[in-house]
Write a protein that binds this ligand. Sequence first.
Ligand code: 13P
Length: 245
Amino acid sequence: MPRKLAAGNWKMNGGPGSAAMLNALAEAHPAPDCDVLICPPAPLITTLVSLGTPFQIGAQDCHSAESGAHTGDTSAKLLKEIGASAAIVGHSERRTDHGETSATVAAKANAAMSAGLLAIICVGETEAERDGGRTLKVVGGQIAGSVPEDAEAQNLVIAYEPVWAIGTGRTPTIEQIAEVHDFIRETLIARFGDAGAEIRILYGGSVKPSNVEEIFAVPNVDGGLVGGASLKAEDFGPIVAAAST
Ligand code: 13P
């Protein structure tokens, strides 16, 4: 079984004072028996890396090019150089807000991996797609389109985030989570062989201290990608603890 990953996606939250949150988390969990990753807004990466906590720091996005005329974007190469170890790509908020297609996401994931970052590729269905019985088809299509052709299994993480569960307090049933994670596992094994069994599959969408143990106990759930509950040490601490058991 892969080592679990507790990943926090701060989205457009946090500020210079966020160092205190990370220090508090490090004090409570100085040596977690899981990987812990915090993805703050890009301008905070250097600050959080410099704290020297036992946690990895990552980005919420990257550009597909190494450098060039792309105003406002950040390359995976630069993220690596300033100490980031991962980049989330293809989050549903970027697919919606910025019109990112699976092809864009694949190019970004490729850039992240080439730069030596872990690429966390997000997939997940909308409520209408689930109601229409198309969840596995949508997720399968997103994986086929968003995982780059020459992806390396060891630098790849898939995050299953049902769009309707993000920030809503609603979560799928345990059976629904299990069904999608089993399907993703089969898809990864079909593509990567034995290495596909080691790729971490995270669940994301309204993970919180009160539901995390149940969710992390589901087979093929190898951790979580957590939004709101990653912003405070007292909320994220129990999630790190659940990933450590
Ligand atoms: P919430 O945990 O706030 O639902 O957000 C999930 C998410 O989008 C993480 O990437």
